[in-house]
Design a binder for this molecule. Structure first.
Ligand code: PCA
Length: 208
């Protein structure tokens, strides 16, 4: 199992996604050892680092995490799109506009995580959750697309992306959950991803 998060970006002091990955590093969930890694919030560099970590750990499942400030729910992403379009600079000052992630790649890739089962499992544990239909066009979507592009060559390895809300510990006015709740939620996501191979067939928003 590989779980990744990001370093802080956009002037934020902390990023729950990286802290969750760090907290889960070395844990055993559903019999699988988790490697937790923090990626730089830099277009291209983050995806290359993810690739190195996949080669190193040879995971059966990859769950990439990112912060979606403003969202109140844990949101497994349905689809990665082949575009980078940044409304603010990444941590290296890069700000691509209308640039494909992979020049010769298809328009989009679907997550191969059981996103509906994940939403239902989180809700039944009392964690607000919803399927998201877009991971945006910043570094998170770029890493998600790069992940799914790479997994085309690794049959049997499943993966996807989950955005998390801000954490209460950061303060500020954004909707937020305690970091401990987010860590538990992602542990549950990992467990569901291991156990559920065929997703539930129920419309997004009607998972429970
Ligand atoms: N969230 C940003 C990039 C890094 C992160 O944690 C995003 O949603 O693209």
């Amino acid at each position: 199992m590989l779980v990744t998060g990001f370093e802080p970006f956009g002037g934020g002091a902390r990023n729950p996604s990286g802290e969750i990955a760090h907290a889960l590093d070395g844990r055993v969930i559903a019999g699988r050892r988790v490697a937790g890694v923090v990626l730089p919030c830099v277009f291209g560099k983050a995806t290359r680092e993810l690739g190195r970590q996949i080669s190193r750990h040879r995971p059966a499942i990859v769950v990439c995490l990112g912060l979606a400030s403003g969202r109140a729910e844990v949101t497994p992403e349905r689809v990665a799109i082949n575009i980078e379009d940044a409304r603010m600079p990444d941590n290296a000052g890069r700000q691509p506009v209308d640039r494909p992630v992979v020049r010769t790649g298809p328009a989009a890739y679907w997550s191969t995580l059981p996103i509906k089962a994940i939403v239902a499992g989180l809700r039944s544990a009392g964690v607000p959750a919803a399927v998201s239909q877009t991971a945006g066009t910043f570094v998170c979507n770029s890493v998600f697309y790069g992940l799914m592009h790479r997994l085309q060559r690794l049959p049997g390895v499943r993966g996807g992306f989950v955005h998390v809300p801000a954490m209460e510990e950061s303060g500020g006015g954004a909707p937020a959950l305690p970091l401990a709740t987010l860590i538990d939620a992602v542990a549950r996501v990992v467990e569901i991803a291991v156990k559920v191979r065929r997703d539930r067939r129920v419309a997004a928003g009607a998972e429970q």
